[in-house]
Design a protein around this ligand. Structure first.
Ligand code: CP
Ligand code: NVA
Length: 305
């Protein structure tokens, strides 16, 4: 029997062991790349990337990953394709399945990504939805592993909006066994559907000081995600007191890391001093999008298990 198609829509598509193996492979691929070794298992393969929202890192890392591994990537925007004119997701999925080897999609509605995966006969990768950003977590976990070793049992603080990246952190905490403390302003907590799967790994509250105490890793993200532009002014008011600044970072462990998926808005969710300071590993984290996604593409397109 042919292997079932694997998708990567949330971290729950992989087991803990699969994620750990993937991260180890990502670190090996990074080392090989630094040594100038060529690794081209994707010769003749094509990734179709669909961006219904803006992107710098996701676009460049996936396209570069395909190039470095010997394959090719095609970029489709909603506006520049028939998707923007209303061609149904399930039709797009079936058309692309006949031409390319995998689809990466960034869009608003997570259900569209699920629908696409259900209709496709090739792997579908979630490049960010309003609900989840699992590819970001692969890079974040890789970065933690490189700098601190296993994340199991570590203490992680999420400060700010209970958004898509926060949801993927909650999934990661449950799957990999670290303790996550989320502090958001009232009304901006993560979805209870995500937290309640197993709340023993994730505490949600509204006190940033308490959340960062003894943290090994402090993470934040923009206060207004893509699609929330009209709420920006309200959010600036509501998130007052949630900036990760030096005073807050000092409550974390001395060797705590600071991460941010980027793009960052200095002076809002993070101070210039923390962003540019010694705790910050944001550019290593950004670079690891490339290496982690190379391991992801290898898993989905070559290993297929
Ligand atoms: N972190 C992240 O996904 O960045 P982009 O929006 O630039 O892809
Ligand atoms: N939460 C942010 C992440 C950007 C990579 C957004 O959705 O805009």
């Amino acid at each position: 029997m042919a292997n079932a198609i694997r998708h990567f829509l949330t971290l729950d598509d992989f087991t803990k062991q699969e994620i750990l193996d993937l991260l180890e492979h990502a670190i090996e691929l990074k080392t090989a790349h630094y040594k100038g070794e060529s690794y081209r298992p994707l010769v003749g393969k094509t990734l179709s990337m669909i961006f219904a929202k803006s992107s710098t890192r996701t676009r460049v890392s996936f396209e570069t990953a395909m190039n470095q591994m010997g394959g090719a990537a095609i970029n489709l925007t909603a506006d520049g394709s028939q998707i923007g004119r209303g061609e149904p997701v399930i039709d797009t999925a079936r058309v692309l399945s006949g031409m390319v080897d995998a689809i990466m999609i960034r869009t608003d509605d997570h259900n569209d990504v699920v629908e696409m995966a259900n209709a496709a006969t090739i792997p579908v990768i979630n490049g960010l939805t309003d609900n989840f950003h699992p590819c970001q977590l692969l890079a974040d976990l890789q970065t933690f592993m490189e700098l601190r070793g296993s994340i199991e049992g570590a203490r992680v603080a999420w400060i700010g909006d209970g958004n898509n990246v926060c949801h993927s952190f909650i999934n990661a905490a449950r799957i990999l066994g670290f303790s996550l403390t989320v502090a958001t302003p009232k009304g901006y907590e993560p979805s209870n559907d995500v937290v309640a799967i197993d709340s023993s790994y994730c505490k949600v509250g509204n006190d940033p000081q308490a959340a960062v105490e003894h943290a090994d890793l402090v993470v934040t993200d923009t206060w207004a995600s893509m699609g929330q532009e009209s709420e920006k002014q309200q959010r600036l008011d509501d998130f007052n007191g949630f900036c990760v600044d030096t005073t807050l970072m000092q409550l974390a462990n001395n060797d705590a890391l600071f991460m941010h998926c980027l793009p960052a808005y200095r002076g809002f969710e993070v101070s210039e001093e923390v962003f540019e300071g010694s705790h910050s590993v944001v550019f290593q984290e950004a670079e690891n999008r490339l290496h982690a996604q190379k391991a992801l593409l290898d898993k989905l397109l070559v290993n297929k298990n």
